[in-house]
Structure formats: structure tokens, C-alpha cells
Ligand binder design. Sequence first.
Ligand code: TEU
Length: 559
Amino acid sequence: MERAWWKEAIVYEIYPRSFMDSDGDGVGDLRGIISRLDYLKELGIDVIWLAPVYQSPNDDNGYDISDYQAIMKEFGTMEDFDEMLEGIHARGMRLVMDLVVNHTSDEHAWFVESRSSKTNPYRDYYFWREGKDGREPNNWGSCFSGSAWKYDETTDMYFLHVFSKKQPDLNWDNPKVREDVFSMMNWWCEKGIDGFRMDVISFISKEEGLPDGPKFPGALHGFPRCVNGPHVHEYLQEMNREVLSKYDLMTVGECSGVTIEEAKKYARADGKELSMVFQFEHVGLDDGKFGKWTDRRMELKGFREVMSKWQTELEGKAWNSLFLGNHDQPRSISRFGNDDPRYREVCAKMLATCIHMMQGTPYLYQGEELGMTNCPFETLEELRDIESINAFHELTESGKIDPEDMMRYINLRGRDNARTPMQWDDSANAGFTTGTPWIKVNPNYTKINAMAQQKDPNSVFHYYQKLHRLRKEEDVIVYGKYQLLEPESESLYVYTRTLEKDKLLVICNFTDQEVSYRIPEEFSNGRILIGNLREEGTSAEETVQLKPYEAIVLKVVQE
Ligand code: TEU
């Protein structure tokens, strides 16, 4: 397998609105990030993925961009950005920017022009259609509830928005759109950034004629026909020729709805498209009748099957991204593990071990390195996320879900769980701001915060540090081949990694019970490389008795 810096890297996602506020307006900003770069260096990460910081009216917290080449006022200035980039590079880290080009804001100059008349030169930058029988042009629903079409009086036509009404979809079939997007990307590359995380890039090519989409049971609308569309690979190869191939970049496509076969094209090993993709199969396993709005729990069996499938099938053909959480997902410890204070720390370390020992580039979401948990939201007024708020109205007002149940589902699955302020210390507002935070602070910040964990050598923070160090020391962690053991176990996730003579055995107990496990013969001389309850360098018994949520990684060097 070919070596690459981005395969060896660990990526840390910053959600700037909630990371660190430097000026007391209650909103995180770039100078706040600058003030915490030493913290990230200490943690041992290599790459920062920065969620959008561009000018935006913030209908969807920056994922609705009104100027791709300006910084959002609340976040600072372009000078702050340049200083931040310099600070990141000076510390030997790199910066990957969020690229949101499936749609713009309706306040973007292109859309303002496009909307103004049917003959405007920007008209075809977006999808404008006549209504059908006095209704929307087709049955597509928006990912944020309601129809994906909005009627616009100016020209008596509808425009397409797969996300919010303030996020009109760009028409990638128009070569001028592609040209403008690529030139904007080149501008950022010339500034010296190190890559892009591409927002819903799997949605950019819509099916010709925009036919009705399939309607899933329980759904109010059809699903937009735009996932892995007919020209998506052609457009990404063009982007690669025009932009990506000219620089030494890391690129990751957010590919909702991606299959293994599609991933092999997006992240093809010959580098003609992207470095890697985010797949979402493992974070859809606990969905129910109403999609994510459910109290279904993630089960080990399904999780293990899906992860193993991606591990083995991409081997040598494409590269995996490894993640359990991000700004769209609930907190990983609350979802995949157990956030009960009795188990929280051990469990957070177990989940980290499980994911960091797989093949692929690990992504860490801010606060995950502290074991930050879901946040209790008591009322609708406490919520900030457009997805949750719209879904609450749509599903309760149509009588599909009872309001109390819906609040419970939002508490389990809503995106605001991951968006509460970063917990820096036990002072007011967790040290995030001196003002009033834009979203509630998780009340558990007095117990879970960075300052306390930096001081405690047994903390989750220090465990991540160790994982990061090991990745630099052991090629087998990066490049080793994955093999699943014990596929039927009810409690353990066990797998091996092999690179030439080096071999790892990873054992993770996903339950709050003790579980015994007989170590396979070939690992009988193994030494503990890392474990959340055992000392490094020691050996393990023939049959180990794993404590609740214990994780052990054994290493052997074969003769
Ligand atoms: O998310 C895309 C996406 O697929 C989401 O709709 C996701 O399915 C949902 O959030 C899970 O509940 C990206 C961004 O990561 C997200 O923050 C944006 O809201 C969205 O695109 C629109 O830009």
C-alpha cells in the first residue's frame, strides 16, 4: 500500500461557533482557535478540519455561505485567518477547510442575480422549474423537513433546496458553476491551506429531468434523486484536474448514501478523485421508522459487521475515514458506549481504541478527547439546530410523533448535542466565553473539562495522546491489514491487524459486564501496546478476564 501523509495523520474537527470565544459575544471565533492551538498540539493531532468560517447569514450555522472568499464577521477577519493558518503551520499541523458547494446561501450574489429574472446570466446557476398542477415541480423532500422546492414570486417559479430554504442547490451541470467553484478553490489553495472536507459532495449531480424520488414508509416526501448522481465522478475528476492535482492536499468527501462500490470510485487509489470519503452506514444503524428520530440503540453486531465490511472491502482499493462523531451526530460516548459517570472514562477510551486501531484516517470531534456527552435539552427554546426544530414541528404537527417522545428523540439524536460549547475548565460557561453562550453549556462541565484532564495522567485526554503517539511509532496501526475475529460474540469486538512481521490483536468489551476471552495461540507471547485498564508492556493471561468496557491491544512480532 502506498504511503501518504494523510493516511498517517489524525484529524481533529473544530466547530468554530462552539470552540472558543475570544471577545465575549458568546460565539466562538478565529482568535479563540488561535489561543487554543497549543492545546491541539499537546493532544498530538496533525490536521484540523475547520467547519465553515465563511460569510453566512447562519441559517444552518455557516453551511449556508453568502461569500466563499470572506470570513464570517462574528468569527473575525481574513487577517485573523491568515494568522491562524500561520500558527497551525508553525506548530507542524495542517488545515483542511470545509467546502460547501452543493448549495450556497440564498444571500449569495449568484443567487440574488439568479432570482432577479428569467434571463439573468446567473439564472442557470441554480435549479428553477415551473410548478406542476399548482404544486411543487416534483415530490422531493428537503433534508430539513418540508418540500425541497420553494416558490419564488419574482419570476413565478420554484427553486430547488435539498437542505433549508436558505440553501438553494447549485446547478453543477452548468460549466460556469464548476469554473467559478474551481477558481474559488484555487484561491484558497494559493493561500496555503492543506485540503478540503467536501460537504455532501455525493449530492452535486442531480438525475436528469428531476424525476420523483422513492417514498419510504413513514416519509412525507420523496427522497431527492441526487445521491451518487450520473455525473458526480466526471465532475470530481474535472475538479481534480483543475485544482486538487496541483497541490499536495488531503481531501475527504462527505458522501451520504455512499456504497462500497461508489466509495472505490470517489476515493480511488490512483488519486484521480479524492483521498477518502466519509461513509455513514454505521451511523444509520440505529435509525427507525422516522429516520434518526427514534430511541433505538446501536447494537454491537450491526456496528461490527458494517465496520468490518468497509475495512476489508476497501483494503488496497480506497482509503477509509474513521469516525464515531461529528457536528451532525450525537456524542459518540452517549451513542456507542455508556455515559454513566461510573463507566464514562473507561468507555470513552475503549471506543477510541476500537476506532483508532482500524485501517483508515481517524477523525476526532472537539470534546470527544474529553469524553464529552450528550446534553439534556428540556424545551424547544433551548434548541438551536434547524434540523431538529423543523423536524419537531413537522412530525408533531402532522401527528406522527408525540411531542414528548420527539423531545426524547432529539435528546438522543439531535445535532445540538455535539454543538454545546467546548468544556475548557470549571469556571463560568466552561471557560468558553465571558458573555452569554449562543447555545446552552452542558451542565456536566464542572466534572468533564480540558483543564482537569490535562492535569490527570489517567484522563481520556492523555489516553488519546498515547494513541496519537503510537500511530507515529507503529506502521502496523496505519497500514496493517484488518481481520475480524469472533464475529458472533455478543459482547466483544475482536480484530487483528497485520503488516509483515508485526501483528496486533485488538479486544474491546462493549458491555458493562466482565467477559472472559481466550487469547489466540499466536498472541500468547504478546505484550500490551495500549490498554485502558492495564499497564503497557505487560503480558496477558492465557484467558483474560475483561472488565466492563475494557480494551486491550496486544502486539507480537512474528519470527
Ligand atoms: O451534512 C449533510 C447531511 O447529510 C446531513 O443532512 C446529515 O444527514 C444530517 O445532518 C444528519 O442528521 C452536511 C453538514 O455536515 C451539515 O452540518 C449541514 O447541515 C448539511 O451538510 C448542509 O450543508
